[in-house]
Design a protein around this ligand. Structure first.
Ligand code: HEC
Length: 117
């Protein structure tokens, strides 16, 4: 009984500590790294690991926010959505807003990028 209680308190303390860290690091570049986004979308957000995965750099912020919310809720669901939905439990709505602002301001993958199709 006491042991269970101690475990509960320790978990609570850990949760509080980690949410404090999250609040401190609420900048898009850090979140993009810490929430593992770069592993699929590429460190520059325009070199995805698979050709079927989207480039994000320079995309419209409101569009990306809508897509992330829809993927998280299940409203958007296609053959590739599961990969993306798997990480969204790590990301709050506030963090999504910071992330899409950061991504929309990166140099676009379109027009000027010679590697873009
Ligand atoms: C495990 C691989 C993976 C990780 C990690 C990942 N994504 Fe994705 N992401 C995808 C895939 C695949 C899609 C396309 C999903 C679909 O087709 O429905 C996608 C779609 C998106 C879209 C919508 C793009 C569009 O053009 O509609 C955004 C925005 C996005 N991801 C941002 C992020 C952010 C921010 C993170 C980090 C919190 C992240 N992703 C982490 C694989 C991943």
């Amino acid at each position: 009984m006491t042991r269970g209680y101690t475990f509960l308190l320790t978990s609570l303390a850990f949760l509080l500590a980690s949410s404090a860290v999250a609040a401190d690091t609420l900048d898009g570049e850090t979140l993009f790294r810490e929430r593992t986004c770069f592993t699929c979308h590429g460190p520059d957000a325009k070199s995805p690991i698979l050709p079927e995965f989207p480039k994000l750099a320079g995309q419209n912020a409101p569009y990306m926010l809508r897509q992330m919310r829809d993927i998280k809720s299940g409203a958007r669901a296609n053959g590739n959505t599961a990969a993306m939905r798997g990480v969204l439990h790590l990301v709050t709505d506030e963090e999504m807003q910071v992330l899409v602002q950061y991504l929309s301001q990166l140099a676009s993958f379109s027009a000027k990028d010679p590697e873009s199709p």
